[in-house]
Design a protein around this ligand. Structure first.
Ligand code: FPP
Length: 225
């Protein structure tokens, strides 16, 4: 039976969730952050799940209105401040991916601190993708390995990526069917699940159903059964 060891999620639909309720888009992000905690705790409690990688802020998200970007930065800061306890209580290691040099120095400091303070945790690894884009990640990886005289191998490139682990199951909420520059290398053989549920409404019940469906898939990785 297939077990999803590395789950990646594109958490889409926050803005629409809020607009449907006549609220500002940012309210959707605020509720979405609470769902991040619920889903993370659920994954931490499932010993089969080793990694959970969540798309929190993309390299393209800077194009959003300034106030929304500022809100997301503050929300991230608040989330990391508040959730350190959740990480430690649940033995979760925080391993951010993405190029965080674009963030304010105080936010970068918090990101490093939470990473350091949870480095000893050996349960679930939660990765937040922060100022992350797969093209940017792959370009940064190529620039790291290009000094080598040898031909670049798959293993060399893979080891130079922010996220060095193949994804088993990639979920996108919010109804769209696209990857939006998320983990393009690592998701080469991921099983893709698209849900119409808007991220703030996503529940552990729906995740459990997806995990159950995942177990029934025959994964061949390009080979034959
Ligand atoms: C997409 O919703 C979501 C994001 C741009 C970022 C995801 C952010 C969160 C889940 C909240 C913050 C997370 C943390 C960890 C603090 P959208 O705004 O694109 O929704 P829409 O498609 O309905 O407009």
């Amino acid at each position: 039976m297939n077990k999803a060891r590395h789950i990646a999620i594109i958490m889409d639909g926050n803005g629409r969730w809020a607009e449907l309720r006549g609220q500002k888009r940012v309210k959707g992000h605020e509720v979405g952050a609470k769902v991040v905690r619920t889903i993370t705790e659920f994954c931490a409690a499932d010993s089969d799940i080793e990694r959970l990688t969540l798309y929190a802020f993309s390299t393209e998200n800077w194009k959003r209105p300034r106030l929304e970007v500022e809100f997301l930065m503050k929300l991230l800061q608040k989330y990391l401040d508040n959730e350190l306890e959740t990480y430690l209580t649940n033995n979760i290691r925080f391993e951010p991916i993405g190029d965080i040099r674009a963030f304010s120095s105080s936010l970068q400091k918090t990101i490093f601190e939470v990473k350091e303070k949870t480095a000893h945790c050996d349960g679930l690894v939660q990765s937040l993708a922060l100022n992350y884009g797969a093209h940017d990640e792959i370009l940064r990886a190529i620039n790291r390995v290009k000094k080598s005289q040898e031909d670049i191998t798959e293993a060399m490139l893979s080891n130079a990526l922010d996220c060095k682990h193949n994804v088993d199951l990639l979920i996108r909420t919010g109804g769209d069917h696209r990857l939006s520059n998320f983990l393009l290398w690592q998701a080469a053989y991921a099983e893709l699940f698209f849900s119409d549920t808007l991220w703030p409404d996503f529940t552990t019940v729906e995740l459990e159903k997806i995990l159950k469906d995942f177990t029934k898939i025959e994964r061949r990785f390009g080979g034959l059964k």
